[in-house]
Design a protein around this ligand. Sequence first.
Ligand SMILES: [Fe+2]
Length: 292
Amino acid sequence: MPFHVNPLSPASAEITGLDCSRPLSSGDLAALRAALVAHPVVCVRGQKLDARRQGDFARQLGPLEPQDRSAYSHPDDSDILILSNDRRPDGSQIGIVDAGDFWHSDSSHIAEPCRYTMLYAVKNPSKGGDTHYIDMRAVYDALPAALKRRIEGREAIHHISKTLNPRVAVSAERAGAAEYYKAREKDRAPVAQPMARTQPESGRPALYVSPRFTIGIAGMDDAEAQPLLDEIFRFMFSNPAWRYTHKWRDGDLVIWDNACLVHMAGGGYEYPDVRRMHRATVAGDKPFFRAA
Ligand SMILES: [Fe+2]
């Protein structure tokens, strides 16, 4: 092993002894990929990355997903998205202020969602700012047989618009957010995704729905689908052993696999206590389910 992998929970690990500011050797890259299969949340400690270096590092795992919020892209690398509650002197936001405030898997609302997300902690607030994860492979494995049968072969409907989803709320902190999501209702089509998704490298199935983006079930009336989704979400939250909470340290670069996790930003800090994260997302393929 060219660097050290120390498990933090069943789903997560920290890596020490890896410098992400320099190109990875083929051995390091293979070992990083293997670590991500074993632990779908990996934190590489002690990094010093400007936006260009973070982008270069991320591209070694695959092409990056273009950002659709260009107003919040980093000026030095447009594939890096700024997530922050910081403001310019004129009061305008420098980044997305309410990113990830409900449980989700990144970009499940598009046909080919990003596979990996990399978040680099530029500035942590003095308190709060944790990121929470649920291992959806463990949730799928534990699903009661009757619930598993009800989702078998089914697809769920995902949509980016918060205003179409009664399970979430639009942040009052972000100027123009309600208008943004209203516009997405019209210009984004709903996307069907398998309700269980196979992690390609391991063959392990994971539940693939989320309160943030899943708004219905294909071919099922809402009268049946919404209570079923509620039951699934209750089950997903029922066991703390499936969770991992990341408490950020300066220099953390956290990489996670969206094929088998949902995550949520925990909040708990307020401007002028500033949190600033830089995000890159590695493009992915169409999710699929293959019976084991
Ligand atoms: Fe996210």
